[in-house]
Design a protein around this ligand. Sequence first.
Ligand code: C5P
Ligand code: MG
Length: 309
Amino acid sequence: DQHAVNVECPKVANPNMSPNIVIGNPDELAKKKAAIRAAGMSSLQVIADFDMTLTKYMVEGRRGQSTHALLSQGSSDYDRKRQELFDLYYPMEISPLIPVDEKTELMETWWGKSHALLVEGGLNIENIRNSVERGTVGFREGITEFFEILDGENVPLLIFSAGLADIIEEILRQKLHRVFPNIRVVSNRMNFDKDGNLIGFVGKTIHVLNKNEHALEMAAPLHDEEGHAVASNGNGASIVKGRKNVLLLGDHIGDLGMSDGVAYDNRISVGFLNENVENWLDTYSKAFDIVVLVSSAVSSKSQSLIKTS
Ligand code: C5P
Ligand code: MG
């Protein structure tokens, strides 16, 4: 049951266009591709970040919204408070100048405050449905086809996000026209009371710089031996068992930690560099096997290049 892996890496379709794909070490990438192809689809798993990796950075000329950003909690006061936090902390998130330790603390504070505001300001399941309907969010070109290919080959896809699991699942429901049994979501999961009001979050917070600490949860079962629900952000990803090759997709350096729970043989990592390109390119091209540049200046051109060919 070993199929050859046919999913090619992105190529620059037209060499006269901006160089949207950067490969730091082509020889090493070629070796990894050959090894993964030889092992076949039954050895492969895909781990993908959600916001600005599977989703678009620019949606019809507007900045795409993260799962947090699109959420309107039914109180303009609280939406404004969360927006103010975004305006303060997002520049820090993407700054190459803040040391990791310091940035980790800042991100913990940001996530802590915004989760607390969601609970305090009152959020219900209905708000989630409406927010996704109205949100500026869409999958990158080629992503739906990518999901189809993976499903067709029974390759598991783990969506590993510092965003909000409940929003991701609503986006999958609304934007895809079918259910993909091979997809699992590991993210910050909400806890609702019986009336559908948010009362808190399940497990420890996942932010952009601690994905590595949560990586093992992906393999955690949803229920313990007695059948009780396990307090974990994870989603019972036993479907990844024995799959020793990883395709990792992310837009943040911290996304590389998503595969820390996997004793992989080979990993190909793809980094989408959405902004601050000049400052980050060197770091990204050393850290990721493939860097896809999608700055807003080149976004419309580059989107056509992201497609796998
Ligand atoms: O799916 P992913 O891990 O990328 O989700 C995290 C993203 O959510 C971060 O890149 C961050 O910019 C965004 N975020 C936000 N508002 C928050 C917290 C995170 O927009 N309160
Ligand atoms: Mg992201």
